[in-house]
Write a protein that binds this ligand. Structure first.
Ligand SMILES: Cc1cc2nc3c(=O)[nH]c(=O)nc-3n(C[C@H](O)[C@H](O)[C@H](O)COP(=O)(O)OP(=O)(O)OC[C@H]3O[C@@H](n4cnc5c(N)ncnc54)[C@H](O)[C@@H]3O)c2cc1C
Length: 513
């Protein structure tokens, strides 16, 4: 929750303290314990809970609580919080105040607060990823230099005609489901804020229907929704008749209905983010970063002719495939071609909602529609092809049989882009690993968050694959939180799943760094 003109961010974690504390990724300067009284709620005040708190506290952090109970004092002291009795408030005679004073740094303790010589960052790449990061940094008072090799933002993958957004839903509420839920809900929050501030980017909240590929998948969808108990404004299972009512045409199947799903024109969203970030953002169009060079506590972004374009203590690589050329991340970034097909007004009767499944159909207004999309490996053709259109029409036929009967692939227009896809199809968002230093000492790596050495001041936001709209806002917030040393806006296992150091860790475990 962003409050007070975004000057305060409140991260609320719901759950039992024993479950939730280990999942937090934060470094606290001050802690207040406000659980029910120790004799009524002893689980909240155990030595184990205090030990976990110690891992979240920066050295010197303060802790306070209304209780003065002996058991709490002892548990705090055992966890290296030096407690002292103080005069209490209101009806309380005494309370406790403590300072975290570990004798030696904890192995997996909270990192020190980042200290930057100036609050200025270079962001490389002005697509969804870069614009998302730039806007979040500027919202925190940073100056951002956004460098883009094309003359305008969103000139590569983010230049697609229209893009859809909806979360993944699975019965086991997998890491992907939880991550896309976080990304989807945070995107909606940010987009509403952008609109409130007067930025328009053709966000159409028409809802999104997702059909199963067959009867079995449809049944699985229904089971998942029943088992998960998500709110109805997030996702519902709808049978065929209701699906047809939403879409405004008859459908063959039922499926998932996302009332808040929809589509946007990514180019407009990127432009809105860049505009929202001014005047804190300076845009450098038509400049290619060829290398990054460290100069004392600054990074220099170097042009192909060897001259510096900009210098800053923090650099965020949001330049898709090209990121791995600038900083090794121990994994290949695949380039997967995608083609969209644009259907002019009058060629089909478009549905009232986005329809997705094997492909997707977006009603983009005035009777026009966009169909997507191909997923072509080892194909570098930047031009739309008739074969690509034919593939999209087949997808459309499977989604809504009969709708594309009169269309001929040879006469259609479309756009082509290249997705940046990692081995596990999840993005790389966060502080970048120092693969060189990591290879020198691989024996003790257990978790990417704690063990893998990092490059000072270098962050990544790339590998957004087919979900740029889902990752862009959350990715921006995650990077900005990490740069500022704020609590991460994700649970630890989710942050680990997209940690740019995860491939270094995997290779190190296999002894292949
Ligand atoms: C056909 C197709 C359909 C898609 N549909 C959807 C959809 O419906 N929903 C969805 O969420 N996602 C969709 N995607 C995925 C989405 O387009 C991407 O995930 C997203 O655009 C990636 O954004 P990005 O900023 O990481 O990359 P890009 O948009 O490619 O931006 C990277 C930028 O970095 C710049 N750059 C690179 N190297 C340098 C350098 N050295 N110096 C300076 N600048 C540099 C590039 O010029 C580029 O502008 C689709 C993709 C395709 C191809």
């Amino acid at each position: 929750l962003h409050l007070d003109d975004e000057r305060v961010t409140l991260t609320l974690a719901f759950g039992d303290v024993a479950d939730v504390l280990p999942k937090l990724r934060l470094a606290a300067d001050a802690i207040y314990l406000d659980g029910f009284a120790p004799d009524r709620n002893p689980e909240m005040w155990t030595p184990g809970v205090m030990k976990t708190l110690a891992r979240l506290a920066r050295p010197g952090a303060t802790l306070a609580t209304y209780t003065a109970a002996r058991t709490v004092r002892d548990a705090l002291a055992a966890a290296a919080f030096a407690p002292a009795l103080r005069a209490g408030f209101g009806r309380k005679r005494q309370m406790l105040a403590a300072r975290f004073t570990p004798r030696a740094p904890l192995r997996h303790g909270a990192p020190a607060a980042p200290h930057w010589s100036e609050r200025r960052a270079i962001v490389i790449g002005a697509g969804l990823a870069g614009a998302g990061v730039a806007e979040r940094l500027v919202a925190r008072g940073w100056k951002v230099e956004l460098i883009e090799r094309h003359a305008a933002p969103a000139a590569e993958a983010s230049g697609m005609a229209a893009g859809i957004i909806h979360p993944q839903v699975s019965r086991d509420d997998s890491v992907l489901s939880r991550l896309t839920r976080a990304g989807f809900l945070y995107a909606l929050l940010r987009w509403r804020a952008l609109e409130r501030d007067g930025h328009r980017f053709a966000w159409t909240r028409c809802g999104l229907l997702q059909f199963g590929r067959d009867v079995r998948e449809e049944r699985r969808m229904a089971d998942s929704v029943r088992a998960l108990g998500n709110p109805a404004d997030y996702v519902q299972y709808v049978a065929r008749e209701e699906a047809g009512r939403h879409a405004g045409l008859s459908t063959e199947n039922g499926g998932l209905w996302f009332p808040a799903g929809g589509w946007v024109r990514p180019v407009n969203l990127v432009t809105a983010l860049v505009e929202a970030a001014r005047p804190g953002l300076t845009f450098f169009p038509g400049r290619t970063v060829n290398a990054l060079v460290r100069d004392k506590d600054l990074w220099l972004a170097i042009a192909p002719d060897g001259t510096p374009i900009a210098a800053a203590p923090v650099v965020v690589l949001a330049n898709s495939h090209d990121a791995a050329r600038l900083v090794p991340v121990a994994t290949a970034l695949k380039r997967v071609r995608g083609q969209l097909t644009c259907l002019p007004p009058g060629s089909i009767a478009p549905p009232d909602t986005v329809v997705a499944g094997a492909g997707h159909l977006i009603p983009v207004g005035d009777g026009a529609a966009v169909v997507g999309s191909t997923y072509d490996f080892e194909d570098d053709d930047p031009e739309p092809s008739a074969a690509g259109h034919a593939g999209n029409l087949e997808r459309l036929e499977r989604l809504l049989p009969g709708i594309a009967a009169r269309l001929s692939p040879g006469r259609l227009a479309g756009t082509v882009g290249f997705r940046c896809v990692t081995q596990d199809r999840l993005p790389l968002i966060g502080r970048l690993p120092d693969a060189g230093a990591a290879s020198a000492n691989t024996a003790r790596y257990k978790s990417p968050a704690w063990d893998v050495p990092r490059l000072e001041g270098l962050y990544g936001a790339f590998g957004y694959a087919s979900r740029g709209l889902t990752w862009a806002s959350l990715g921006g917030e995650l990077v900005a939180s990490a740069v500022e040393g704020e609590p991460l806006p994700l649970e630890g296992d989710l942050a680990d799943a997209i940690d740019p150091a995860r491939f270094v860790l995997r290779r190190a475990r296999r002894g292949r760094l």
